[in-house]
Design a protein around this ligand. Structure first.
Ligand code: NAD
Length: 274
C-alpha cells in the first residue's frame, strides 16, 4: 500500500494541465493530498488532467475530486481570486504550493519581443510571488507548509537566447531564498515547519522543449534532435522524466524534510557540475 502521508493536506500545483506539473499533481494525490490543479488547455485536456489526478488517488478518503482553476497567471487579480476560492474550497488555505507554470521563448536578446519578456516574467516569476504572499501566512499559522518552486538549471547557470527565461529562473531562486529565511523559524520539528525550495531540472521530456528538439533535428529524426540537445549540456545523456521530478517534490513535503529550506536542487544529469 502506498504511503498517504499527505492525507488531510491540500495542495495547489500551478501549470498542471501538462508535463511536470501534471506529474507532480498526480504524485501528491497518490501521497494522499487533496489537489487543485491550474493551467491552460482545451476542455478535453483539462478533463484528462482532472481524470489523471483523480485516478492517482486524489482526496485520499473519498472527498471531492480534483478541482481545476483556470486562472491565467499573467493576471495578478486572477491569482488573488484563485487563492481566495482555494482557501474556501480547502477550508483554510493551502498546505503545499507548487509554483510550476512556465513558458519559454528562445531567440537572441535583441530580437526578443517585449511582450514575451513581460509574459515570461509574469508567469515564471511574478505568479509565484503572488501565490506565496497569499498562501504563506496561513502556513505559518498552522506550523506546516511547503513551497516548491520549479526553477531550472537556468536558475543556476545561463544559456544564450533565453534572456527572460534565465532572468525569471534566477529570480525565482532568489525569491525562494528570501521566503525560506523569513519563514525558517515557524512551526517545529513535530509540525514539520515551513520550507521553501527550488527544484532545478535540466532537460525533462515535456511539450515545453519540443521546439528546441525540432531546432536541433537538422533534417534528421526527433531522436537525433534529443541526442543533440543532451550532448550539448547534460552529461548523463538521459532525459529526466516528469515523474522523477515529482518524486523529489513529494520527498520535500515529508515532515523529516523540515530542515531542507532555501535550497536550489539540481536534477540535471551533471549539467551544473561542469
Ligand atoms: P509544459 O509546457 O508541459 O507545461 C506548462 C504548464 O504551464 C501547462 O499546464 C500550461 O497550461 C501552464 N501555463 C502556461 N502559461 C500559463 C498561464 N498564462 N497561466 C496558467 N498556466 C499557464 O512545460 P513543463 O516542461 O512541464 O514545464 C513546467 C515547469 O518546469 C516550467 O516552469 C519550466 O520552466 C520548468 N522546467 C522545464 C524543463 C524541461 O526540460 N521541460 C526544464 C527545466 C525547468
Amino acid at each position: 500500500m502506498s504511503d498517504t502521508f499527505l492525507h488531510g493536506r491540500t495542495a495547489l500545483v500551478t501549470g498542471s494541465t501538462s508535463g511536470i506539473g501534471l506529474a507532480i499533481a498526480q504524485a501528491l494525490a497518490a501521497a494522499g493530498a487533496r489537489v487543485a490543479i491550474n493551467g491552460l488547455g482545451s476542455a478535453d485536456q483539462v478533463a484528462a488532467a482532472i481524470a489523471a489526478v483523480d485516478a492517482a488517488g486524489n482526496g485520499g478518503a473519498g472527498s471531492a475530486s480534483t478541482k481545476h482553476f483556470s486562472a491565467d497567471l499573467r493576471d495578478a487579480e486572477a491569482i488573488d481570486a484563485m487563492m481566495a476560492e482555494l482557501s474556501a474550497w480547502s477550508g483554510g488555505g493551502v498546505d503545499v504550493l507548487v509554483n510550476n507554470a512556465g513558458i519559454q521563448h528562445a531567440v537572441p536578446l535583441a530580437q526578443m519581443p517585449v511582450q514575451k519578456w513581460n509574459d515570461i516574467i509574469a508567469i515564471n516569476l511574478s505568479s509565484a510571488f503572488h501565490a506565496m504572499r497569499l498562501a504563506m501566512p496561513a502556513m505559518a499559522a498552522r506550523g506546516f507548509g511547503r513551497v516548491i518552486n520549479i526553477a531550472s538549471v537556468h536558475g543556476l547557470v545561463a544559456s544564450k537566447d533565453k534572456a527572460p527565461y534565465v532572468a525569471s529562473k534566477f529570480g525565482i531562486v532568489g525569491l525562494s531564498k528570501v521566503a525560506a529565511l523569513e519563514y525558517a523559524a515557524q512551526g517545529s520539528r513535530e509540525s514539520g515547519g515551513i520550507t521553501v525550495n527550488c527544484i532545478c531540472p535540466g532537460w525533462v521530456e515535456t511539450p515545453l522543449i519540443e521546439p528546441q528538439i525540432e531546432a536541433r533535428m537538422h533534417g534528421g529524426s526527433r531522436d537525433d534532435g534529443v541526442r543533440n540537445l543532451l550532448a550539448e549540456k547534460q552529461p548523463s545523456l538521459r532525459m529526466t522524466l516528469p515523474a522523477e521530478i515529482a518524486a523529489l517534490a513529494v520527498f520535500l513535503c515529508r515532515r523529516e524534510a523540515h530542515n531542507i529550506t532555501g535550497a536550489a536542487l539540481p536534477v540535471d544529469g551533471g549539467w551544473t557540475a561542469q
